[in-house]
Design a protein around this ligand. Sequence first.
Ligand SMILES: [Ca+2]
Length: 213
Amino acid sequence: MSLTVDGVEVKLSNNNILGSGSAPWFDWTTFTMGYADLSAGEHTIVLKFVKLSCNVDYLKLDVMSYGSYSDTDVTLAASGTTKYELENIDCTQCLINTRSDFVPAVGAGNCGKGSGRIYGYADGSIFRVVVTVEQACTLEIKLAGFGGTALNAQQYYFGGTEIIPAGGVKLGSGAVAEGLVGTVTVAEAGTYVFEFTSGGGTDLDYVSFTVVE
Ligand SMILES: [Ca+2]
């Protein structure tokens, strides 16, 4: 089962859901799917049954708290380079699975953080950085880390548009080095999500956004 809010996947808080396994099909079960921050206005919640069908009774929305919040991780300067340190990333807005051989594990759904980097996550973990751009621009996006990772072995999206790195671009091997993810045209000011997957043997240091024009 997957849940998206306004097209962004929400990490499910419990995968053992709805009385599957030994529970009889008629034994109604409730579970907490996840959490999302919403601005005032209309939003679209999509629930997808990706493997099995089941009987569903209701979807309940609980307001945890009202008030303002900042949904931006980084606001880009009008010119030059703005770095976002990935050890500051909000794991609750990502889809991170702890790498099975990572010791000490810090709990399911988390990665290690230390020495200015994140690590210890499984292949295919999804990271998200919410970026506010104050004017239309062309942006160069770089990822910095090490693990010898070929950038084009992973996926990258800015505002839902895929960015495909050039072949042969790699992160550092043994020491942090930057790799160019690609260049994107941002047509108007606004808040965008930079989303990317990463391989389990990779340490990630930061993502940089450079306004090139
Ligand atoms: Ca860092």
